[in-house]
Design a protein around this ligand. Structure first.
Ligand code: ADP
Ligand code: ASP
Ligand code: MG
Length: 805
């Protein structure tokens, strides 16, 4: 005997019914018991009808919808397969609903009759489709004996076993068809097994008949390692133990009703989950026959929970308090999903379904009325909108560090843990979390435990030279990233006026025209909403602008859970207080704030400084050529060009800002020097830096770029003299940033051959760091320190660093 259960999703319409029919007929093997759910969504329709009737309001429209749906199915089946037997009594359904409406009350017994109607419809149709005489209709109310109420009844396996045997003996056949979800109590009244309970019906039948297998046919290929509706990367689990399947379904994997496993496990019947729409794919097998070696099998989540905490001095050390709490709830049929107790026994916390919350509260209130009057019990605390995320796997107990990884993953998803619980066999670890963050939590955990393809979700602000180059590099490096198992998504780009977001990823080729069409600009709340809607877990804001306004928002970005990668220097060169606040926010929110390109463009400067100082080194002094443009210009001076010629040449070759005075003022170098000083531990402000501009402010101010360039030759003579004087000493002029005894200075210096900066020209940067570890010769970092390409490569490297913990 085989038991085959088909769920509502496999029975949604006539086409599905035919698929199921073919599937049953094509299976070889001995007799089969087919357990059917209602056609997909029909139970919901019936539940709604009962609720409307109970409220005493019109349900005409809903009734019509149900009636025409059922009529349609009836007609299609009758046309092809002939008369339908065992057609359920629609008049009885209509009468019951009318009665409920009149009374404005729906007793549980009547509700059970109403909501189980769809299962009887499915069975009548399928029996006919299997060719009437080949298939016997098995009345579930004659086979499945239940106790404990009408709506969430518990099956008496032993008594049901003999009932099955006798019902089948009366009408032996190749196929038996039985409505799922349905049973009856000792009094002979129809009961239901709880929503989604047809799985349970099938498992009971399989256990009672000692079937070879209990197949659950549904709309997915098997049990997945996370809910495939939310986790697109979820994959099928080939084999699970009964225990694992039980934990998973109990903690929310809808694919199986939680009560399904126990009957199968008791009878040792393997349970298979298979896809009706994809029958050739091997499904998932649940049995105790094999041992897998995976440490973690799957993740599940259960939401719409509330946590109640019972506490008070009366709880302390008193025997039997916990049992009184739980008895009170059991009496009112409130099921408890998870329990934790504080170590001093001062409080007990437990989760219930939100739907049961009021019932639970009133049960506790009456059970502890006296204690609460005497002040021995505090008012019950309630936390709503919670969810439980559970990690399942029998082998977890043999491995260390899984719980740590689980909790670290929750922290990575910025999820606060409200409570934790572990089952005694260590097959499941659960964390209670804020319900709205549940999907984020599952997503990060899934990524960390199963896919091993971490993702980075980039929002690029500023699409000037560097930003554009970065987009090119992101496109170019996709294959490289894929080879390294990294998923880097560009979800948004913005300029100073427009923001373009795309949940499918910003197209690398057409981003510019898309951006141009946008009406509104960047605002943090738009990104936050986008991240939330798409459950992004590693969002990074990349600032390639030079906007002061954006720089002032970095703290907010970090607080909102974004990593920040900045090519923009403005934030780090704002007030020292802000610089500290940024680094504190990053640490507190466990987000990265990275700005390697602030100094030396793509050269690994700050990284190295941080490593050095982190290892206990101390800065003694610093000298560096920190500006690519000035490096180029001073090289040209050395070759005999005048100041004005050198400036014009640098400008023509793209080495300067559009207005060369931005370079000649020395401010940019001062900002870089300030960052180096701060990284080395000096609490300085930009105003503390002594700046000797190449061209004095007085000379530079008040003219257009062209006028300035035209006027510049006035300084040529003086400069030529300085260059000449230096050359006579065997020296060259360099524009240098230096730190000596805590004093920072930028200006023109003459350096000789022995100096590390002597050869630095043509746009190169060099940084000579004299430290406790590196003396008397300094540690030197040297290379091209300007240009969109190297800068965006540095930004790219920072973006990748957001993945490291
Ligand atoms: P049926 O109508 O066949 O009873 P259900 O809708 O009750 O089907 O259950 C199947 C659904 O369960 C799947 O479509 C899937 O969306 C959901 N589901 C949730 N968690 C899991 C999981 N871990 N593995 C597979 N499916 C899951
Ligand atoms: N039809 C019932 C429900 O929707 C039972 C089931 O499908 O398992 O809950
Ligand atoms: Mg189901």
């Amino acid at each position: 005997m085989r038991v085959l259960k088909f769920g509502g999703s496999s029975l949604a319409d006539f086409k599905c019914l035919r698929q199921v029919q073919n599937l049953i007929l094509s299976q070889s093997g001995d007799e089969a018991l087919i357990v059917l759910s209602a056609p997909g969504g029909m139970t919901d329709q019936l539940v709604e009808l009962a609720e409307l009737a109970e409220q005493g309001v019109s349900y005409e429209e809903q009734w019509q919808a149900l009636e025409s749906r059922v009529k349609d199915l009836h007609q299609q089946v009758e046309k092809l397969y002939g008369a339908i037997n065992h057609w359920p009594d629609f008049m009885a359904l209509a009468n019951k609903l009318a009665g409920v409406k009149l009374l404005q009350h729906c007793p549980a017994q009547i509700r059970a009759f109403i909501i189980s109607f769809g299962e009887r419809v499915s069975c009548a149709l399928m029996q006919t489709m299997l060719g009437g005489s080949q298939a016997s209709y098995l009345d579930a109310t004659r086979c499945i004996l239940t106790s404990g109420g009408y709506l969430d009844a518990e099956v008496d396996l032993k008594a049901s076993k003999s009932r099955f045997a006798s019902a089948m003996r009366e009408q032996p056949n190749k196929y038996y068809i039985m409505p799922g979800f349905t049973g009856c109590n000792q009094q002979g009244a129809l009961t239901t097994l709880g929503r989604n309970g047809s799985d349970y019906s099938a498992a009971v039948a399989a256990a009672c008949l000692q079937a070879q297998v209990c197949q659950i046919w549904t709309d997915v290929d098997g049990v997945f390692n996370a809910d495939p509706r939310f986790i697109s990367k979820a994959t099928k689990v080939d084999w699970l133990s009964y225990k694992e399947a039980m934990e998973l379904s109990y903690f929310g994997a809808k694919v199986l009703h939680p009560k399904t496993i126990l009957p199968c496990a008791k009878a040792g019947v393997p349970c298979e989950i298979k896809n009706t729409h994809n029958p050739d794919v091997p499904g998932s097998v649940i049995s105790n026959k094999r041992r897998g070696d995976e440490q973690v099998k799957a993740l599940s989540s259960l939401d719409e929970l509330a946590m109640l905490t019972v506490s008070g001095p009366g709880m302390k050390g008193k025997v039997g308090m916990a049992s009184r709490v739980f008895n009170a709830l059991a009496q009112d049929n409130v099921s408890i999903v998870l329990i934790t107790q504080s170590s001093c026994e001062f409080s007990i916390s437990f989760c219930v379904h939100e739907a049961d919350l009021n019932l639970a509260l009133s049960a506790l209130e009456s059970a502890f009325e006296l204690e609460s009057q005497a002040g021995l019990i505090e008012p019950v605390q309630v936390q709503r909108d919670l969810a439980i995320v559970t990690l399942v796997g029998d082998n977890m107990k043999a491995h260390k560090g899984l719980a740590a990884k689980f909790f670290a993953s929750l922290a990575q998803a910025q999820v606060n843990i409200v409570a934790i619980a572990q089952d005694s066999t260590e097959s499941a670890i659960s964390a209670v979390v804020d319900g709205s963050l549940c999907n984020d939590a599952v997503k990060v955990c899934h990524e960390n435990f199963f896919t091993h393809v971490p993702s980075i979700d980039v929002f690029l602000l500023g699409v000037g030279l560097v930003g554009q180059e970065l987009i090119k590099q992101l496109q170019k490096q996709q294959q490289w990233l894929q080879n390294r198992n990294i998923k880097l998504n560009l979800y948004g780009v913005a300029n100073s006026r427009q923001l373009y977001l795309n949940a499918d990823g910003v197209p690398f080729d057409t981003w510019h025209s898309e951006l141009e069409q946008q009406q509104a600009g960047f605002a943090l709340d738009k990104l936050e909403a986008f991240v939330k809607a798409n459950h992004l877990i590693n969002p990074v804001i990349v600032d390639c602008s030079s906007s002061q306004q954006l720089a002032e928002q970095y703290c907010d970005f970090l607080e909102a859970g974004f990593h920040v990668v900045a090519a923009n220097k403005k934030a780090n060169t704002g007030s020292y207080t802000y610089y500290q606040a940024l680094n504190n926010a990053a640490q507190r929110k466990q987000r990265k704030f990275l700005y390697e390109t602030n100094v030396g463009a793509g050269l690994p400067v700050l990284d190295n400084l941080q490593l050095l100082f982190g290892a206990g080194d101390e800065l003694l002094s610093f000298n560096g050529v920190l500006s690519g443009s000035l490096s180029y210009m001073f090289g040209a001076l050395e070759d005999g060009l005048s100041l004005s010629e050198a400036t014009a040449k640098a400008k023509v070759n793209g080495f300067t800002e559009p207005d060369p005075r931005d370079d000649l003022s020395g401010t940019d170098v001062a900002r870089k020097l300030l960052i180096i000083a701060r990284e080395s531990g000096l609490a300085l402000e930009l105003s503390d830096i002594e700046v000797e501009p190449v061209v004095s402010d007085a000379f530079a101010s008040g003219t257009s770029v062209d006028e300035f360039m035209a006027k510049l030759p006035e300084l040529d003579h003086d400069f030529a003299q300085r260059v000449q004087a230096a050359a006579e000493q065997g020296q060259v002029l360099r524009y240098v940033g230096s730190i000596n005894n805590g004093h920072c200075k930028v200006g023109i210096e003459a350096v000789d051959k022995a100096n590390a900066l002597y050869d630095i020209r043509d746009g190169e940067n060099a940084l000579a760091i004299l430290s406790q570890y590196y003396q008397p010769r300094p540690f030197v970092i040297r290379g091209y320190g300007a240009g969109a390409e190297v800068t965006s490569a540095g930004v790219f490297a920072d973006i990748l660093k957001t993945l490291s913990r």
